[in-house]
Design a protein around this ligand. Structure first.
Ligand code: SF4
Length: 471
């Protein structure tokens, strides 16, 4: 356990001592793991706050900060809860805290959004900030604190080139929680020129949409450097970028067919997808394609289109590498997708596992294609419901025993038989639904999320979606 200077705060007679608790200890090495939240490392270093990772270390502190970046960690918190001592204050921050109701049973407060400008005040004891969720008053409005892109980066090897996203895919948190911002080009250019490493991170949700990315790409090439984190909406990627690219290319494809991409407002045609992957493969660039499955309207025909794309690439290339990662859709809070009732198709998962098996060893005889095992139904559902119900130790103990191959209605029944029930709104979402995260007010670029959701429903019912009209 670190023993640096401990922060003292408030005017209380007794100084309060604060620590961070790491849910990802690396007991053998004593070093941070790849999953350690960057924000925790940043604030710990900046304010001299120790990071502890053993439950027995907790008792010495009056205030414990957590950085929760995934809903799985709500279950880790449930296991840790017995170590919260009387009078100790627990405060959570991190991406998962945008839906704080499920951890309000054990957290005294949760910070919603970016903490750069507020952390010093929180440390000094201020709990009345607009981004602070108070679990004693869960209905009180809390304002999501959007990050200002100009503030000090939390990881010095990276620079954030853009924040938010101009594309507005309906399932995605970025356009609906953040306003779109770009870092001034001069700052990014200066960062590239001065950074001593050749592999650097230019963070962006959609690098090729950044208004000056073509200049950045040329500069990287001229300097012999590469952008390790380039991520793409697909549409704007060019042959020139591929020629200048020295590391993998990542495309967020999302839907496995053209019609699915159309309904989620990511209208990448099959021809365009093939063209962009072709550009990469003929320029020797390794490609990572990120897909979602279980999207609204999805059926076997969408898988067939995906399978035809795989066959197309395998028939055209004798070398190269394409990885295809499938993530089960989890309808995100504060997006138009929050009205989508979550679904998980076990047959679709089986098809993907079949494709995975058929591709093993493909690189020995031609284009290497790889499909990692997608997250299974029970682990996915544990994450989904962690935004809806309190994940107490009793609930966590039941959820962690969920059978792995059930679909949503059967999982709901299985849980209910063991005393874990979901609210009626979980399956019945309307314009009047009050979500568990309703008190959190976000600030995206388009406030009318319900209208966007209805637009998707109209598309789903249209002849075009069902193949009666040419796209
Ligand atoms: S292009 Fe990517 S980051 Fe942008 S809205 Fe769509 S999914 Fe989100």
């Amino acid at each position: 356990m670190a023993t640096r200077q401990l922060p003292l705060f408030g005017t209380q007679a007794r100084a309060k001592r604060a620590c961070f608790y790491s849910l990802h200890p690396s007991e053998k090495t004593g070093r941070f793991s790849a999953y350690t939240p960057k924000a925790m490392k940043f604030f710990s270093a900046k304010y001299g706050i120790p990071i502890v990772d053993r439950p027995t270390d907790l008792a010495a502190f009056d205030v414990v900060f957590f950085s929760l970046i995934s809903f799985r960690e709500f279950y880790d918190i449930a296991r840790l809860a017995q170590h919260k001592r009387a009078g100790q204050e627990w405060i959570a921050g991190g991406n998962a805290c945008v839906t704080p109701a499920s951890i309000g049973w054990i957290m005294d407060y949760a910070w919603i959004g970016d903490c750069h400008e507020s952390f010093a005040r929180i440390l000094s004891g201020d709990r009345s900030l607009p981004g602070m969720y108070d679990s004693r008053h869960p209905e009180r409005p809390v304002h999501y604190v959007d990050e200002d892109i100009h503030l000090e980066p939390i990881a010095p090897s990276n620079i954030e080139m853009s924040k938010g996203c101009p594309r507005r895919c309906l399932f995605c948190i970025h356009p609906w929680r953040h306003r779109y911002q770009e870092m001034p080009k001069e700052i990014v250019v200066d960062f590239i020129q001065k950074h001593k490493n050749s592999r650097i991170g230019l963070m962006s949700n959609s690098s090729d949409d950044v208004s000056y990315y073509d200049e950045v790409s040329s500069l990287l090439s001229a300097k012999g450097k590469s952008d390790m984190t380039m991520s793409n909406a697909v549409q704007s990627f060019t042959e020139q970028m591929a020629k200048e690219r020295k590391s993998d290319m990542l495309f967020g494809v999302e839907g496995m067919s053209e019609r699915l991409r159309w309904i989620v407002n990511k209208p990448i045609s099959q021809a365009l997808l093939r063209e962009k992957v072709d550009i990469c493969l003929r320029n020797g660039v390794k490609v990572q394609l990120i897909y979602q499955f279980n999207l609204p309207g999805e059926d076997e025909s969408d898988y067939e289109e995906f399978a035809s794309d795989v066959a197309y690439f395998r028939s055209r290339y004798t070398s190269g590498s394409v990885a295809m990662t499938f993530i089960p859709n989890q309808p995100s809070a504060h997006t138009p997708f929050q009205w989508v009732v979550p679904t998980y198709s076990v047959p679709m998962q089986a098809r993907l596992m079949g494709m995975r098996a058929s591709l093993i060893g493909s690189g020995k005889t031609g284009l290497g294609m790889y499909l990692p095992s997608p997250l299974g139904a029970s682990k996915w559902f544990a994450q989904v419901i962690a935004e809806w119900i309190a994940i107490t130790p009793a609930v966590a103990a039941v959820v962690e025993r969920l059978p792995s191959k059930l679909e949503v209605p059967a999982m709901i029944e299985w849980l209910a038989a063991r005393g874990v029930t979901l609210p009626p709104a979980f399956l019945d979402r309307t314009a009047d639904t009050v979500f568990p995260w309703a008190s959190v007010i976000t600030s995206g670029d388009d406030a009318d999320k319900w209208k966007r959701y209805l637009g998707m429903c109209q598309k789903l019912a249209s002849p075009r979606f069902h193949g009666a009209v040419a796209a």
